[in-house]
Design a protein around this ligand. Structure first.
Ligand code: PMP
Length: 341
């Protein structure tokens, strides 16, 4: 019997690499996308959810009926909720009141208890989702707080799964790894594994315009003036995550909302890969990097595509949303104009 599993968690990991044939064809290298949407929770975060929860089980911190707490309305929340169903834990997610109703419905459909907390209060305010999560975790017996931004097991999950998969899938021939950084776990853990195998592999991080990660990497300082609101969800940060190993990263590229959005839609139209908004961001990051750093024919590039486009139908895949942002004018996606800028 092949490809038969005891439960849905057996499908986590071993995601495919797919070659891009159109969007990156200006780059002479072979370029692959690692499709993390093939995880059962449709994102890369399944890997950290199962890894962190199983590490807590090994330490005896969790038993059936225990509670797992996290502060996220994003992919990590879906993944934790999925793992909790199978393992018989309660899942409590503290999210901001800016979270869209459809996301809250999705999390509830997966059995999560969702606490909606005001977005416009300071992080140390007792009503903030950070403080609510911490309080719930400390007051609930037999509970754990995932704390993905500051949990080293986030890095370890990718060190143990994503990195080795990429090494094996490219037969050890990968020359460049490109990924977006939110918590930094995906890139840091994969990079650590790959650099141990071959220190010459170039590791390229993609940051959002409005985030401090790129300038912090370059200067070792937080530049408050870099911080401004932006639309891309799941990447970039206004604080320095403990799950980001800056010394594993050779270079950061910063991409803006508009180019990432165009690129996301271009990937759907030309490669038939429906990715999330950061799929466009990481691809845009590679193209910007390639403008300044020539590639060779033998180079093998792997980009990590973190999640699926179905979560972004009312955002980057909506013409109305694109027009509201000014990314489409008079109903026209002006790809040619954008390519030349
Ligand atoms: N893209 C999306 C859509 C995400 O949800 C995340 C996770 N926040 C990332 C990219 C970045 O992954 P990481 O947190 O491992 O850096």
């Amino acid at each position: 019997m092949t490809n038969v599993h005891d439960n849905i968690l057996g499908l986590i990991g071993n995601t495919p690499l797919v070659r891009l044939n159109e969007v990156t064809k200006e780059i002479p290298a072979t370029v692959y996308a690692k499709l993390e949407s093939y995880n059962p929770g449709h994102s890369t975060k399944d890997r950290i959810a199962i890894h962190i929860i199983e590490a807590a089980e090994k330490k005896g911190l969790l038993k059936p009926g225990s509670t797992v707490v996290e502060t996220t309305s994003g992919n990590t929340g879906f993944s934790i909720a999925m793992v909790c169903i199978i393992k018989g834990y309660n899942c409590i997610l503290a999210v901001s009141d800016k979270t869209k109703q459809e996301k809250i419905a999705y999390l509830k459909a997966l059995g999560a208890t969702v606490y909606i907390c005001p977005a416009n209060v300071a992080a140390d305010d007792p009503r903030s989702y950070y403080e609510v999560a911490k309080r719930v975790a400390s007051e609930t017996p037999n509970s754990i707080y995932i704390n993905q931004y500051f949990n080293e097991l986030n890095i370890d999950a990718h060190y143990q799964s994503t990195g080795p998969e990429i090494w094996a899938q490219t037969d050890g021939k990968i020359t460049h790894l490109v990924a977006c950084t939110g918590t930094g776990g995906t890139l840091s853990g994969s990079a650590k594994f790959l650099k141990e195998k071959n220190p010459n592999i170039k590791i390229i991080g993609v940051d959002a315009s409005g985030s401090i990660l790129k300038s912090y990497h370059e200067t070792g300082e937080v530049h408050e003036e870099d911080i401004h609101p932006y639309q891309i969800e799941g990447m970039g940060k206004n604080l320095i995550p403990g799950a980001l190993l800056f010394d594993q990263i050779d270079e950061f590229v910063r991409v803006n909302d508009e180019m990432a959005a165009y690129r996301t839609r271009e990937i759907a139209l030309k490669e038939a890969i429906m990715g999330g908004y950061t799929t466009g961001a990481v691809t845009q990051g590679l193209l910007q990097y390639a403008n300044a750093n020539p590639f060779q024919k033998d180079d093998i590039v792997v980009m990590i595509y973190p999640d699926h486009g179905s979560r972004y139908i009312t955002k980057v895949y909506s013409d109305q949303w694109m027009a509201d942002q000014g990314f489409i004018n008079n109903g026209v996606h002006n790809y040619d104009k954008v390519y030349k800028t």
